[in-house]
Design a protein around this ligand. Structure first.
Ligand code: NAP
Length: 258
């Protein structure tokens, strides 16, 4: 893969909250590989944070507000993108949320509202964003979403987020089938545990990291930089025939039966 594998490409990045965000690691790698990026931020609370971070890419790097549960904000976001970029090539979906209490107790206690919110923010948003972005992917494109092993196996405390990630992964497959004829690929990276703001909301997260150090073939999870490299690969022509897949970047943990 060349250093400038994404040269000439434009991408939109959803999910930078701070410098520890996985979205930030992938954005840095995409930028280094030559892509021009446009960011979302969710409400005024995060505006300054994101503004300060993206200034690293040059003063002309743009960001627009977008809460992914709000159709009007998604429409407004992409109409502003259209004003500044003639076409889009890349979309990163690195967004998830579930009410804290749903990630603490047992899964059977999940309320209807927590189930709805988790799926709206973490899974349906991929469908809504892909539909909006695909309109501008006139020369093909690559859509990438972040997922976790809790989608396919039971991980203590991950609860409704695991069910939402299963929906995200299935959505990626259906989107890949729909959009393939337009040369738009849709893939997921299933990352091992990484210390981020969202991860801190999961009860027992430190124990999860330790578990990977003890049980993954590589005796560790993954680093944000490694997720960045994988993100560049999946966005590049090196992955031109790969779509609808979930690629595990987890120290090999996923292959273990015991
Ligand atoms: P993070 O930095 O907290 O990123 C999560 C992002 O989702 C934040 O920017 C958050 O913004 C955003 N978000 C939540 N609700 C939103 C909404 N309604 N509209 C727009 N944005 C919204 O944590 P992260 O760990 O990097 O998470 C990124 C992705 O990686 C998630 O899909 C997560 O499930 C996945 N992942 C994480 C790990 C891990 O161990 N960290 C492992 C595998 C997969 P606010 O802060 O404003 O809510």
């Amino acid at each position: 893969m060349s250093d400038q594998a994404l040269s000439g490409k434009t991408g939109v990045v959803f999910g930078v909250a701070n410098k520890r965000s996985i979205a930030w690691a992938i954005a840095k790698a995409w930028h280094k590989a030559g892509a021009r990026l446009i960011f979302n931020y969710q409400g005024e609370r995060l505006r300054e944070n994101v503004e300060e971070l993206i200034s690293e890419f040059g003063a002309d790097t743009q960001m627009f507000p977008c809460d992914v549960t709000n159709d009007a904000e998604i429409e407004a976001f992409f109409s502003r993108v259209k004003e500044v970029a003639p076409k889009l090539d890349l979309l990163l979906h690195s967004v998830a949320f579930a009410p804290k209490e749903a990630l603490e107790g047992d899964f059977v206690s999940t309320t209807r509202e927590a189930f709805r919110v988790a799926h709206d923010v973490s899974a349906y948003s991929l469908v809504a964003l892909s539909r909006a972005a695909a309109e501008f992917m006139t020369d093909g494109g690559s859509i990438l979403a972040m997922t976790y092993f809790g989608a396919v196996k039971v991980v203590p405390h991950y609860n409704v987020m695991g069910v939402a990630k299963a929906s995200l992964e299935a959505s990626a497959r259906y989107l890949a089938a729909d959009l393939g004829a337009r040369k738009i690929r849709v893939n997921c990276i299933s990352a091992g545990p990484v210390q981020t703001l969202a991860a801190r909301g999961i009860a027992g997260f430190s124990a999860m990291l330790k578990h990977y150090e003890e049980h993954a073939p590589l005796k560790r999870s993954c680093s944000p930089d490694e997720l960045g490299h994988t993100g560049v690969f999946l966005a590049s022509d090196g992955a031109a025939a790969i779509t609808g897949q979930v690629l595990y970047v987890d120290g090999g943990y996923e292959i273990m039966g015991m």
